[in-house]
Design a binder for this molecule. Structure first.
Ligand SMILES: NC(=O)c1ccc[n+]([C@@H]2O[C@H](COP(=O)([O-])OP(=O)(O)OC[C@H]3O[C@@H](n4cnc5c(N)ncnc54)[C@H](OP(=O)(O)O)[C@@H]3O)[C@@H](O)[C@H]2O)c1
Length: 260
């Protein structure tokens, strides 16, 4: 068995119908894992499960619906016999714009889906299986949770809090459950369209690795973090952003220096 082999492990991936969650489900399935992925629509969940293939089930569950979350736990145990991996991926950003322009409804929705849902699902998975048998949780944070950007204040605060709670949970659930977060940069998905669609050329030239992220870049990182290859990693925030956080690479490249 290679250490990236997930044969016999069962994963629940929230928000698995498209984008990063779908890519994470594919990466886990490609490593041999069973997958339960969720969406707010059964039709989208079924379509995504068919696209992932292998032993994958699509289940309708809103990220903050406790009954839906419990149903996923029950089905994982009934169909596959364990819940070894939880990817808290579902995320939202209805609060785009300056912080003081937001209202309570947009603030509450952002924090419910981005922060409460990971707490809810992690608690249920721990009580249902991981607390006794062990497991690995990955919370989908963002590089926004490590810094400041215009118009993303509420969203980024939710991701900063998620990074904080990841560390708290890594301590509280130790030593059996590993809890880590991923902090992607700008990735080509629907949620982030406002961040890349008009600016892709600009982002490509300013990013050290010369392009924006693709969902599969993050899927691979999820598969690593939940595998035995990361068996001594917990409480960490794994930045995966092609170097976006380093600054404007165009200013540092040899041709830019030659022109100066
Ligand atoms: N793309 C980026 O640049 C980027 C960067 C950093 C972090 N992230 C994070 O990555 C995660 C995935 O985002 P993405 O970019 O892949 O977005 P996406 O392509 O828009 O996909 C979002 C997924 O979450 C599901 N979802 C949304 N709200 C939900 C809710 N309330 N309950 C259950 N599922 C819900 C959607 O499913 P349905 O619509 O089918 O229900 C969909 O599967 C999010 O946590 C996001 O904050 C993204």
């Amino acid at each position: 068995m290679t250490r990236l082999d997930l044969t016999g492990r069962t994963a629940i991936v929230t928000g698995g119908s498209r984008g990063i969650g779908l890519a994470a489900a594919k990466a886990i399935a490609a490593a041999g894992g069973n997958v339960i992925l969720t969406s707010r629509s059964q039709e989208s969940a079924d379509a995504a499960a068919a696209e992932v293939g292998g032993t994958t089930l699509g289940i309708v569950a809103h990220a903050v619906d406790e009954q839906g979350a419990r149903r996923c736990m029950d089905l994982a145990l009934e169909w596959f016999g364990s819940i070894d991996i939880l990817v808290n991926n579902a995320g939202t950003n209805p609060a785009y714009g300056p912080v003081i322009d937001q209202d309570h409804a947009r603030f509450a929705k952002t924090f419910d889906v981005n922060l409460w849902a990971p707490v809810l699902w992690t608690g249920l998975a721990t009580r249902a299986w991981m607390g006794e048998h062990g497991g690995a949780v990955v919370n989908m944070a963002s590089i926004g949770g490590l810094g400041f950007e215009p118009d993303l204040g509420i969203y980024n605060a939710s991701k900063a809090a998620l990074i904080h709670l990841t560390k708290q949970l890594a301590l509280e659930l130790s030593p059996r459950v590993r809890v880590n977060s991923l902090a992607p940069g700008v990735v080509r998905t629907k949620l982030a369209e406002q961040l890349w669609k008009q600016y892709e050329g600009q982002l490509n030239s300013s990013t050290a690795l010369g392009r924006i992220g693709e969902p599969g870049d993050i899927g691979s990182a999820v598969a690593f973090l939940v595998s035995d290859a990361a068996s001594w990693v917990t409480g960490e925030t794994f930045v995966i952003d092609g170097g976006q956080r380093l600054g404007d690479a165009a200013l540092f490249r040899a041709e830019a220096l030659a022109d100066a």
